[in-house]
Structures are given as C-alpha cells and as structure tokens.
Write a protein of this length. Sequence first.
Length: 442
Amino acid sequence: MFNRHILEKKSYTPTQYPNSFYSFYDTYTGEIIGGVQKLSFPEEIRRNFSINTAITKQLDIINEAPLYILKKDKDNKDKETDYKPALDFLNLLNSPNTYPAPRHWNDIVEGIYKTYIANGIAGIILVGGLTGEISNIEIAPYISYCNTGNEVYFDVSTLNTNNRNIRRFSKDENGFFTNNNDIVVIFGNFSYHRQIYESPLTDKMDIILWQNHIIQSSRVFYENSCRPSGIVTVTINDVDGRPLNDVASTEKVRKVIQDIKSQIKGVTNTGKLIVPSQPNLSITFTPLSITQNANDIEKQLEITKEVIYSSFSGLNTNVVEGISQYSENRLISLKEFYDSTVATFNDVILQDLNTFLKNWLIFIGNTSDAIKRQGLYLTFDKNNIEYYKQLAKQEFITLGKQQILTRQEVRANLSIDDSYADLAVLPPEMDGFIGEKTSNTL
C-alpha cells in the first residue's frame, strides 16, 4: 500500500505451458512490483543447472566416440564400405562446412540434442539435398509441427530473432520434407496423447520449475541485501502527527517512495540507513514473505537435483561428483549411465539419420548400386570411449584370473590398446594360466 492506494494481485499464465508466476500491481503508479517471470518451459530447461550438468556429461561421453559408416555383410558382420556417396555424406557430417557453427560432427550432436531436450523437436537442414550435392548443414532449432489433417509440414527457422526467416518444409513424393532443393531431417519426441512434440522432461516440469525458483529467489534475495519482500507504507503527517491526504502531500509521497527505492535496492546499499528527504514522515514495513534458511534451501536443491538426475538413466550425485567413488553401487550406476547415454544418442539421433540416409542413397543412386548401399548404417564407435577401454581391460584381466584365458591370451587382447601395443609374445614355457607355475625351473 502506498498512501492508501490499492495493490491488486496479478498473474501471468503463458498459453502453451502452465507456468504461472504471481506479483502485485500498484494502481497508483501503474507498475508491477517485483517483476513478472515470463520464461517458457523450454527456456526454464535451458537455464536449469542440473539438466545442463547431465547434458554436458552425456556430450563429453559421445564426443569421445567417432562417427563411422559400416556395412552389414551377408553373415551380419560389420565391415568398411567403399561406396562413395555414403562416404561423402559421412565426410560432410564430420565437416559440415557451416560458419560459425556447426563446424564438426560434435557441434551437430550438441545442437540437435540440446534443442531436443528443451523443445522436444530439432532438425538439420541439408542445403541442396535434392540435387544430390549437399553444400552444407545447418542446425534448425526453431521448428513448428503442423498437421492439417490433409497435410503435415514443418515451419523451420535457424534465426533467433523477432523477424525469423520462416521456411515451410512439406513432404514430397520421395518422402522427404523439402523447401526448394533443401531437405530438413527431423529429430523429436512426439506425444501421441497430446499430438505435439514435447520435451522428454515434461513429466519433471514441476521439479524443474521448483529448482529454478529456489535459485532465482535466493539470488534476488542476496542481490537485495537479504531484505525480504514486503510493503512499505509512507504517510506524511501534519505538525500534530495527523495524516495528510491532499494533492501536495501526494506528490511528496511519490518523491519519498522514489528515494526509499533508491536507498533499499541492491547490494551497494547493504548496511546503509534510510534517510527520508521529507520531515514528519511515518514509514512502516510489512513483510510479504518468509525467507527460508540456508539449510532448507540446500535440502530442496538436493531433492530436486536427484529427481532431475533420475531422468537420465544411471545418473546421480555419486556419478556426477564422484562421491563414494569406489563403491559397488557407483560402478553399477556409472556403467548404466554410459550404456544409456550411448543408447539415447542412437535412439534420438542416429536412428532418424539412418532412416533418412537409406532413402536418400536410393534417391541419388543408381539401380546398379543397390548391392553396394545395402546394409549401410551410421554408428558411434563406443570402443573409443575411455571408460569402455578400461572396462574391457578389466574384463580380460578378470578372465585371466579366473583361468578362462591364458597369460598370452590376456596379453593379446590388451595389445589392441596403444598403451599395451609393445607387449612381447610370451614363449610357451612362460605361458599358462595366472596362478599356475609356468615351468619346473620357476
């Protein structure tokens, strides 16, 4: 209340996401007091520190795994291919030829995955894809899905501006979504119940907002010198101490309010006294909120963090922060997290990319090439990930200790790692199982 004027409670409710924030409206000044939060749920996801931590760890894992294109032979074994259109496509993915980004396959993965997590839909534009000669690849983070009943299309933009260059990609006779000669490849999480693309974290919306609100309110609290939200009531009195309520006093109140605002907001005013510029003032402060103590905030952050981590299989505080580093539970969770990360990126990115690649190679290829392109697919080589290298070493050593593999068989398997490449072949008299004597002379 400012000089007996009314404060009305207001709310802001976005149309797409039920993410409401409340504040107070001063009918005297016409201002929203305390500001109104207007972030959409995708923006809340993008600024959430637990989600960003999980995504960073996942991307670190995938960035260790090179992208390959392989071919399944008639015995269902993987082998390399010499089919040039497929190798050209692989080279383009590794060097997308786009400035400023993506400049590498890892940039494509990051652009697709971060957008997929926040929006539930992402895409890449293959510039010139219908000509058979793709000139470059662009990330398309702004995509709207439309289904008129008779037609499905995507409105796509690569620009984050108010005047976005929206391009409509419609399905052609070959099954591609095209705009002129360009093709968009869509990656998404489609909700059959709601008939929209939505973030895979939608079921954690309340927890994500809760965590963000805790951090935001705590930050604002400290920015305001740890002063809680409240109502300042200012009254100008006459010489006898009675409240005045005329035009002149109203203007004085307006000036006093501005003086008080400048003296109580921000950390630079910490420890300072409020000095009114007018005499005969009566100032009262009514708190509007109860400030939580540090222990309550810490507990809530831990609760929300663990719930959000649970959305990423195998991820928890022990895995992220290395707590109980050598415990059996942590090792189990760590393997689950690595396995699920590789599986997730296969499902989210490579599955849709391989579906496109198969159709595109048929579209640009000749009938005589059918055998060459049959069985081709893109894949991550997870054996290049350091964790799996170490895991394989330990498995071979364990098999040796269990006398399933001989010393030399263990060495042969370890030699595939560069750090063990110089291991000499054991002579017959030195070979055998670990724990057994190698000869009568030893």
